[in-house]
Design a protein around this ligand. Structure first.
Ligand code: AMP
Ligand code: MG
Length: 322
């Protein structure tokens, strides 16, 4: 079986072609870059619709697969920006009607988990999914990926990006903060864990305030140390609670060396193993949607439903393939 998967939840429009062994035949994406400020949903959607044809042609060319060889189409049905989600749904529906092949909508967060598991050989991890739009600690328990902890406001990636932007640094902020933090020292920031949940917006406000009177390197260092410690604490408690022996780090912020380092120290102390998704699949991409599409299709998921689900929660999905 060959599946073509379409990703369009936020800044990235991507298409991947994947077979049922999860061999990635092609994975092409194009990212919308706002001229200033954060993502403008309508501009991002325009970007996706303008580039969809080009990305599709490139993906097909790279894969060596003809359109008629595709057995299944999948698309990111949510959660995400509705304007952007609609473009993926329309492209998916058009292809499905043209090729007369089934169409399956998949949950974007679950796609991040499943591609991470497959590409690292993790079998039953506690997953830390950290990206520009999401921050969740998830683990599979009784038929669903349960959410053990999550952000109460903005995502960690968004916190880093907004702080970077406030300092005149270009998107994406994470890597720039990481570089500056290497020469920084601890100056303290509020640490906000509430039960198993996290909050980053107050820390962001305080960091911006501190940057007015402190060295930028020191604020970057303190921001990383604080936010990544908070994430590590919640993941550790989820591991302790579920008794799982694996931790999977996925999403764009998984590229952070310091976050990986903190998690790996925690895992070592607990006798757990840390798996980090390879960089090429850590950010939003179409191949993770294609792989999740194959899993959903094989387990009899609802088909040909193109209604987007802007706030679709990870723990709403009944996972039939595990
Ligand atoms: P995604 O939304 O999954 O595509 O991930 C994008 C997010 O990952 C953005 O918020 C980036 O700032 C963040 N990011 C990318 N590289 C790094 C890094 N090395 N350290 C921290 N955050 C990063
Ligand atoms: Mg994502």
């Amino acid at each position: 079986m060959i599946c073509l998967g379409i990703e369009s939840t936020a800044h990235t429009f991507g298409i991947g072609i994947v077979n049922d062994k999860c061999e990635i035949l092609a994975n092409v994406k194009d990212m919308y870059q706002p001229k200033k400020g954060g993502i403008h949903p309508r501009e991002a959607a325009d970007h996706h619709s303008i580039l969809s044809g080009k990305v599709l042609r490139e993906t097909l060319e790279k894969s060596g697969v003809e359109l008629r060889d595709i057995d299944l189409i999948s698309f990111s049905q949510g959660p995400g920006l509705p304007q952007c989600l609609k473009i993926g749904a329309v492209v998916g529906r058009s292809l499905s009607l043209k090729l007369n092949k089934p169409l399956v909508g998949v949950n974007h967060c679950i796609a991040h988990i499943e591609i991470g598991k497959k590409k690292t050989n993790a079998s039953d991890p506690v997953t830390l999914y950290v990206s520009g739009g999401n921050t969740q600690v998830l683990a599979f328990v009784e038929g669903r990926y349960r959410c053990f902890g999550e952000t109460l406001d903005i995502a960690i990636g968004n916190c880093l990006d907004q702080f970077a932007r406030s300092q005149g640094l270009k998107h994406p902020g994470g890597p720039k903060i990481e570089k500056l933090a290497k020469n920084g020292k601890w100056i303290g920031l509020p640490y906000v864990v509430k039960g198993m949940d996290l909050s980053f917006s107050g820390i962001l406000t305080e960091a911006i305030k501190k940057a007015k009177t402190n060295k930028l390197e020191d604020v970057c260092f303190s921001l990383q140390e604080t936010c990544y410690s908070m994430l590590t604490e919640v993941v550790e408690r989820a591991v302790a609670h579920t008794d799982k022996e694996e931790v999977l780090l996925t999403g764009g912020v998984a590229a952070s060396e310091r976050l990986r380092e903190m998690l790996s120290i925690m895992c070592k102390e607990r006798g757990a193993k840390l798996y980090s998704v390879p960089k090429e699949y850590s950010g939003d991409n179409g191949s993770m949607i294609a792989w999740a599409g194959i899993l959903a299709h094989n387990s009899g998921s609802l088909e040909n439903d193109t209604k987007i689900r802007q706030k679709w929660r990870t723990d709403d999905v009944v996972v039939g393939w595990i």
